[in-house]
Write a protein that binds this ligand. Structure first.
Ligand SMILES: [Mg+2]
Length: 302
């Protein structure tokens, strides 16, 4: 197998080399600041991020350093965030921690993988929502309950609601939406319990797509809803070709929920955590070389 670049090598030179924008020594040469593309790539106009594990720790708020860098990035290019999570998750994790100003007009939010689309017009406005029908939702909820009951994986204690109707996606979180991380991590580390539930569920819902998400959950959607779907929605809504997009996510590998974005043809950067995402954002801002946005180091990981 040909030895390619190390996908975990998230430093300035590897990012720039993959983007084909500019040589790394140019970035730090104050006398000749880099300007625009030098290689194969079109100028990137839109930076698309995964949310959980990429911009913010799983189900947790955005850190102050990433929030500040995102705000800087919005000064130089458009930004979108795609997640399997619903709108309330975006509000809690992302928006509550971002400065609320006119730069938000260049931020686009795609909850539940782009089956919903939000833009900022002085306030957050839903452009569309492709919800399952009332009948479909009722059928899915009943099937999830039945499959879970029959699977023999029943738990004694749950924290909050187990089945959540997100409109375009129904999610079973076996331990409940509010379950503590330690309990969730212990419940099904080898996926055996969820595999059992899904084996019962699949024949009940043959026309839907069923996926394991997070550590304890099972998501049901219409088929074909993944981050590639979200990328296509961005292309159509914003009129930006995929060649002019960049994507960063923590699960860009076969089976990972960010992999479809890369498969859709977007130049993609895998990150381990929000700390690395912060480095990627700094590098992109430096590379675009916009004079009125100063790069500042956030210091140690928080
Ligand atoms: Mg993720």
């Amino acid at each position: 197998m040909a030895k390619g670049p190390d996908p975990w090598d998230v430093n300035a030179s590897s990012i720039l080399a993959r983007l084909g924008w500019c040589k790394v020594d140019e970035v730090f040469d104050a006398d000749s600041p880099p300007r625009g593309p030098t290689g194969r790539n079109a100028i990137k106009k839109l930076f698309v991020f995964d949310l959980d594990g990429t911009l913010a720790p799983s189900k947790s708020p955005l850190g102050a350093d990433v929030a500040a860098l995102l705000h800087d990035l919005l000064g130089v290019m458009k930004v979108a965030v795609i997640s399997g999570g619903d709108w309330s998750q975006f509000q809690k994790q992302l928006l509550a921690n971002l400065p609320d100003d006119e730069r938000l007009k260049d931020l686009f939010l795609l909850p539940t993988c782009g089956t919903q689309f939000y833009e900022y017009v002085g306030h957050w406005s839903k452009v569309y929502s492709e919800d399952l029908s009332v009948d479909e939702r009722a059928r899915i909820i009943k099937a999830l309950q039945d499959a879970y009951d029959q699977s023999g994986t029943k738990v004694d204690k749950i924290w909050g609601q187990a089945i959540e109707d997100r409109g375009s996606q129904i999610t079973l979180s076996v331990l409940g939406q509010e379950a503590p991380l330690e309990a969730k991590a212990k419940w099904d580390p080898d996926f055996a319990k969820r595999t059992k539930i899904i084996a019962i569920l699949q024949p009940m819902l043959p026309e839907f797509a069923i996926h394991m998400g997070g550590t304890t959950s099972i998501d049901v959607t219409k088929p074909g809803i993944d981050k590639a779907y979200g990328i296509a929605k961005l292309r159509d809504q914003l009129g930006i070709p995929v060649q002019e997009m960049l994507f960063a996510g923590d699960a860009i590998f076969p089976g990972g929920n960010d992999y479809p974005a890369q498969e859709a043809g977007v130049d993609s950067i895998i990150v381990r955590d929000p700390w690395e995402t912060a480095r990627v954002i700094q590098t992109v801002i430096a590379c675009l070389g916009i004079d009125d946005v100063q790069i500042t180091s956030p210091g140690k990981p928080s």
